[in-house]
Design a protein around this ligand. Structure first.
Ligand SMILES: [Zn+2]
Length: 449
């Protein structure tokens, strides 16, 4: 494997500012798609740039003569987050810099570096064996950082073309340096907004206070009724469909090198409160949570204004775990809020966004192939099964539309600074990522189809 070459190419790709959310970067975003497309063509893959209603998708195939070989779909994204605050970067985000054994640039770990680890692995197989061990389809999108608005329609439309036996994604982080990791669970999401309306307009708090309901007070009562100080959610029925974590998985989590004190120190907090009886990792990965994300109402300016406001509201999100269904959870929350007796105000609850939780069966043939690849890349370390507290909506899309298992084999590190200033991808992670990918395609070739 030619690591120097892979590194130089990644540096060139990282220099293209493919910030999908900024329309002034649209031409650059397309340029990043074009760069990848040209590389895949040069490897002999049947690559094309497919238009969507937004940024294009790079789609490529390399199908073997043997149609019974397993088909792998590699997913990733070539778009990146904005870079502000720019003054916090040591070197410019789109002038990739190598220092302290890491590549510093926006997109280095999320996700261009991890995509390129796969590209370099494919190049290795094609140069050594003239072919890949599996039938391969590659789908690299340009809208992940803006919520993949066009991906589901694309996958639905192209479902026949995208048919595969397994989906591979490297777009996250290992549990810790040197801990080869397979991510087996993702939380889902239910995002909603609560609006409380009192009188038709803001009123004088002296002239009306005592007679007219205050929507902020009502909102506070609503929020107070949703969860207690321990983080336990008080909405009836909310825990009914929560699937317990298998004992063996819990035992594995206990062996992970997780340091609560270090986490508190890094966040500058004095405690990590949460549901009694559950470890921090259980609370992050396998328990539902409810957070108030924002709140508004009344006078917020300098000084004082004796107002009895007409409106108040809050943005609220729940992280969900298997087998909670986001739409059912929304109905439970809505029903609960509407059951509260709040005189003199009207309350509306609006659903903004949902995403399904997901689990990968860690004893499935695909997961075992990933474990075998990790064992070959890290001969002296037992791979760890972890979950993540976040949500990757595309995982649910692939599972639902393509009915294929999704393998999350992540090559970054938790402190790579994805989405923040000084994002980096360590050279060691990059090199190990290429190596793991090489083995992964070999191991997946053994899957029966
Ligand atoms: Zn990403």
């Amino acid at each position: 494997m030619n690591f120097e070459k892979a590194k130089q190419e990644l540096l060139e790709w990282l220099a293209i500012p493919s910030v999908s959310t900024l329309s002034e970067r649209n031409a650059d975003t397309r340029k990043a798609a074009e760069y990848l497309h040209q590389k895949l063509l040069s490897l002999g893959l049947n690559s094309s740039i497919l238009e969507t209603a937004g940024h294009p998708v790079v789609y490529a195939e390399h199908l073997k003569a043997d149609p019974t070989a397993p088909t792998v779909l590699l997913y990733g994204h070539y778009d990146v987050q904005p870079t502000d605050p720019d003054n916090e970067w040591t070197t410019a985000p789109f002038a990739p810099d190598i220092r302290d054994n890491a590549i510093y640039a926006r997109g280095s770990t999320d996700d261009k570096g991890q995509v390129w680890a796969h590209v370099a692995a494919l190049e290795h197989h094609l140069q050594t064996n003239r072919q890949l061990p599996v039938n391969l389809k590659i789908l690299i999108e340009g809208e992940e950082e803006i919520g993949s608005p066009n991906l589901k329609p694309f996958v639905l439309e192209q479902a026949a073309k995208l048919k595969c036996d397994v989906v591979v994604i490297s777009d996250g982080s290992m549990f810790a340096p040197g801990v080869p990791t397979l991510t087996t669970g993702l939380r889902g999401l239910c995002y909603l907004e609560v609006h409380v309306q009192g009188a038709k307009q803001d009123l004088h708090s002296g002239g009306y206070g005592g007679a007219v309901a205050n929507p902020i007070q009502a909102l506070a009562q609503i929020i107070q009724s949703l969860r207690n100080g321990n983080g336990e959610i008080l909405i009836p029925g909310i825990y009914d469909s929560v699937r317990p974590v298998p004992e063996a998985e819990l035992e594995g989590w206990k062996r992970l090198p997780f340091d609560e004190a270090a986490l508190m120190k890094s966040l500058e907090v004095s405690a990590l409160p949460g549901e009694p009886g559950y470890s921090v990792l259980e609370r992050l990965w396998a328990r539902p949570t409810l957070e108030i994300n924002g709140i508004w109402g009344g006078f917020q300016g300098e000084g004082q204004k004796t107002v009895l406001p007409a409106k108040a509201g809050a943005k609220i999100s729940l992280r969900l775990v298997p087998d909670q269904a986001p739409d059912e959870i929304f109905e439970l929350v809505k029903k609960h809020i509407q059951s509260l007796e709040l005189l003199g105000v009207t309350v509306s609850v609006k659903k903004l966004h949902t995403g399904n939780p997901a689990l990968v069966d860690s004893s499935s043939p695909a997961a075992l192939a990933a474990i075998a690849a990790l064992e070959r890349a890290y001969p002296n370390t037992e791979p760890s099964f972890v979950r993540t507290g976040g949500t990757i909506p595309v995982v649910a899309v692939f599972r639902e539309v393509l009915n294929a298992p999704v393998l999350l084999v992540d090559y970054g590190l938790p402190d790579d600074g994805a989405h923040g200033p000084n994002e980096r991808f360590t050279l060691e992670c990059f090199e190990k990522g290429i190596e793991t990918s090489i083995y992964l395609y070999e191991e997946l070739a053994k899957l029966k189809t």
